[in-house]
Ligand binder design. Structure first.
Ligand SMILES: Nc1nc2c(ncn2[C@@H]2O[C@H](COP(=O)(O)OP(=O)(O)OP(=O)(O)O)[C@@H](O)[C@H]2O)c(=O)[nH]1
Length: 365
């Protein structure tokens, strides 16, 4: 039976638009920083700086933007985020190194935070990638500090800032992941509660309607037949009156189990339609196959031989089945097929119960 669910990892077109906009804004920020930085860097560094920003960092950002249009982008997005941010951090380290070598200029290291936090929180890197980014960025910075004494007696403190800030970022990312995981679990629980019938575990009427209407539309396009089964327990009021409500609930669960054992295909949609009334839609059936399935339901009730002393039509609990079998294209809507199945069910009730009827023709049982 199809499961009604949402995939929280799914990126809607709007999410993708936001992601691309964020990457674009990242590129624009690098451009804006260039204007500010060019006021500060010594003249001898301008070429190295412009090359680093305009011909290395901006192309890296735009490569990420371009890759987001790849049809399978979501499969490699995390690796792409990680490589992008790591290369931005390392190209910045290279600029710090070159600035020191060429002009003994202490180029600011704070850009590392901007890149890393952009990756952690705007791009949404997962904890695992964030942790790797923290290790590699910290290691790179420490190596740089060992190589050149760019920040003199502030070296140790600056290294502490880099490692500490990245660590805080990773912890923040981890907490966010935990909260998102809890939210995802609560969301799935809510979906289950709002789509399933508590007593039987079948789809409730609302979920059944939306799932089956989707199937109806698909079969209508593909020109395949559809069978709608309406199944109702017979003289159930008397059963309840005689054996009590709890036994009644057990009988209802039995009916659901029987239906699950008969309709096992992935595409079969089973629902509890009302109190002791059930509904199934099954695709691609022939009329005779539908009848055989109805017969298997009736036989299972016979085998169970659950007493129903109050019944006026026999000693045991039975059910009646109305079936509408046809091509969805011949019906205005699924509702019309359900109505036809309901009329067939009504005919079975009229003619004595414990049987099935396909579109008005009585099946011998
Ligand atoms: N135990 C139990 N009983 C339920 C539940 N939902 C509905 N019912 C009972 O099902 C009975 C349905 O009664 P009716 O609609 O008269 O149907 P019926 O007695 O089966 O008569 P026919 O359908 O004509 O054979 C009522 O007594 C409801 O109280 C449920 O969840 N648990």
């Amino acid at each position: 039976m199809p499961k009604v669910s949402v995939n929280p990892n799914y990126y809607s077109p709007r999410d993708m638009l936001m992601l691309r906009l964020s990457i674009l804004i990242g590129g624009v920020l690098i451009g804006l920083f260039m204007i500010g930085d060019l006021q500060m860097v010594p003249k001898g560094l301008v070429d190295a700086y412009v090359t680093n920003r305009a011909f290395v960092q901006l192309p890296i950002v735009f490569a990420l933007l371009a890759s987001s249009f790849h049809p399978r982008f979501l499969q490699f997005a995390q690796a792409a985020f990680f490589l992008t941010i790591l290369s931005l951090v390392y190209t910045n380290y290279y600029l710090i190194h070159v600035s020191w070598k060429l002009a003994a200029f202490s180029f600011p290291y704070e850009g590392t935070f901007l890149y890393a936090f952009f990756g952690f929180f705007v791009l949404g890197m997962t904890f695992r990638y964030a942790l790797w980014l923290m290790f590699l960025s910290s290691a790179g910075f420490i190596c740089l500090m060992l190589l050149d004494s760019v920040y003199g007696d502030r070296t140790f403190m600056n290294a502490g800032f880099v490692v500490g800030s990245l660590f805080i970022g990773v912890i923040g990312r981890h907490r966010l992941d935990l909260l998102l995981g809890e939210l995802k679990g609560a969301n799935e629980q809510l979906i289950t509660l709002s789509t399933t019938d508590g007593l039987t575990g079948l789809l409730n009427r609302r979920a059944f309607t939306s799932e089956s209407e989707r199937l109806f539309a698909i079969l209508r396009r593909s020109g395949q037949p559809l069978a709608v089964f309406m199944i109702d327990l017979d003289h159930f009021k008397q059963f309840n009156d005689c054996y009590g409500h709890q036994e009644g609930d057990r009988a209802i669960r039995c009916q659901a189990d029987i239906l699950r054992s008969v309709f096992k295909r992935e595409t079969d949609i089973l629902g509890r339609y009302g109190g002791e009334e059930f509904i199934v839609v099954a695709e691609g059936h022939s009329a005779s196959e539908s009848e055989r399935q109805a017969a298997r339901i009736l036989t299972q009730w016979q085998d169970l031989a659950m007493p129903n002393e109050g019944s006026t039509s026999g000693k045991f609990l039975t059910c009646s089945i109305g079936i509408c079998h046809g091509m969805p294209a011949d019906y205005d809507s699924l509702e019309n097929m359900i109505k036809t199945a309901d009329e067939a069910l009504y005919s079975v009730k009229e003619r004595g119960r414990g049987r099935s009827i396909v579109d008005g023709g009585l099946t011998a049982q």
